[in-house]
Design a protein around this ligand. Structure first.
Ligand code: BTN
Length: 245
């Protein structure tokens, strides 16, 4: 059973989830707004009050998770958001973009509708808590200049959903999720559909072919210019055209 906490305004639902895990085994934290919402690579995750979903799922680990499982929480979050949006909207327009984005086809282009930020806490060297933070643009239709051409909301996609339905579906998916590394891996690998595709690494523009996903979710790629094998972790920026996929 997951304990659900809803707040009006928090720094970040990920922070509250982490704190509440000291008293509860598994938690979901949602909020109307976040004043220090964050995304990957230290970027801010901003959004209008009450317009979007700010959601974190957190769990304590009773047995030490493998490093692979820890890394695959990113995939778990992506799989759950993809499944939830597909099932709620019945639209076949959503795609995952490695490593943490969920995009939707809007007027001939893919734009970001959701981002996932996974954080862990450690006791010594042992991972004791994992938090999957999810932001989904729901009703917001105007975005700051920097992301205006890249962001989209469910409303802009004509998916007239109540924010609470989205939260209820995510909650259900986390309730029933199997936290099993093989399952998460298989599902993420097949949802991503990136193997055998060409990607470009930013900022140098290195063209690579994706050969396979490693058990911890990193990508084994071949540099198409030098022929060297490389491993891409999720900290690096990769670009690829979803439309060609
Ligand atoms: C990204 O795309 O870089 C990840 C964005 C993750 C945003 C969510 S909103 C709920 C949770 N709390 C946060 O501070 N961040 C995540």
């Amino acid at each position: 059973m997951i304990q659900h906490f809803h707040f009006r305004d928090v720094s970040s639902t990920n922070d509250y989830a982490k704190e509440l895990l000291d008293q509860h085994d598994r938690v979901i934290v949602t909020a109307e707004s976040q004043f220090k919402g964050r995304g990957r690579k230290g970027r801010a995750w901003l959004g209008e009050i009450s317009e979007n979903v700010y959601f974190s799922f957190g769990m304590n680990h009773h047995e030490e998770p493998s490093p692979e499982l820890c890394s695959l929480f990113q995939g778990l979050g992506c799989n759950i958001v993809l499944k939830s949006l597909q099932s709620l909207t019945k639209l076949n327009i959503f795609k995952l973009k490695y490593p943490n984005d969920v995009l939707a086809l809007y007027r001939d282009n893919y734009r970001k509708v959701s981002g996932i930020l996974v954080e862990h806490s450690f006791l010594g060297s042992q991972c004791d808590k994992s938090i999957v933070g999810i932001g989904i643009n729901v009703y917001q239709t105007s975005f700051p200049d920097e992301i205006r051409q890249k962001a989209v909301s469910l409303k802009m996609l004509n998916a007239d959903l109540d924010k609470n339905e989205v939260i209820a579906e995510l909650t259900k998916q986390f309730e029933f999720a199997e936290i099993d590394e093989n399952r998460i891996f298989e599902e993420w690998n097949s949802n991503l559909d990136i193997i055998g595709k060409e990607i470009v690494l930013a900022p140098d523009g290195i063209r690579c072919l994706v050969e396979r996903m490693l058990p911890d979710g990193r990508l084994a790629v071949k540099n198409l210019t030098s022929g060297d094998s490389m491993i891409i972790s999720d900290g690096e920026s990769i670009q690829y055209k979803l439309k060609d996929f």
